[in-house]
Write a protein that binds this ligand. Sequence first.
Ligand SMILES: [Mg+2]
Length: 262
Amino acid sequence: MQGELAKTVLSEFLDRVSTAPASVLLLDYDGTLAPFQTERDRAYPYPQVVPILESIVQGDRTRVIIITGRPVIELKTLLGPLNNLEVWGSHGMERMLPDGSYGKTTIDKEISELLVQAEEWVIAAGLASRAEIKPGGIAIHWRGMPEAEIERVEASTREGWTGLAERPGLKLLEFEAGLELRVARPDKGDVVTAILEDSAANAPIAYLGDDLTDEDAFRVLTGRGLTVLVRPEYRETRASVWLRPPLELIGFLDQWLSCNPA
Ligand SMILES: [Mg+2]
């Protein structure tokens, strides 16, 4: 949804935020709050985003939660001064609360062994420099690689992991610039379900995300909250509204802040 209709949906939602005693703002990280970088450890948030989120948190009426495929530890580094947010990392395997307390889901020994096999394949295939080992998964990243090289790496990874991806409890996840073999659950939809259980039934809640993995979150929130695709180009999505980063995203967050001033 774009144009006037999207504006109406957004302003009706923000009206509710301004009168509700408590609201929930759920945010994906890469591609949503931060532009993509070839060097993943340099993907810092859009500079304007940090002070706005800080003020929203200080306003004390919105629970701001980051939901990301990255491990929590990476987010802590990238968010820098913004260290009092709740973060669900590794697609929900890890959770860090604003006070710094941390919890992690354990995985089956059998699944762990399959992930070790996946890692051994990656090393043997000469892809170790492209790999990221994280709680519950292993990812191959190809952002910044030449197109022909991407095709080769993708085909080879799909083939190398085929047998593993078909095992119960594991899945192959396609994301914007790579593939990840990981535990089938939790996914971002499970995270949103857990947060909903923990929130007032009528609290305004929004989820902003860009990637295919965010579709699980959009699905869970459909009919219950505002779902926003944040992306320079539109794609087929379950989200009800589309915002282009960074300007429209910053505009939206700024309006949220005006509804919940610090
Ligand atoms: Mg993303």
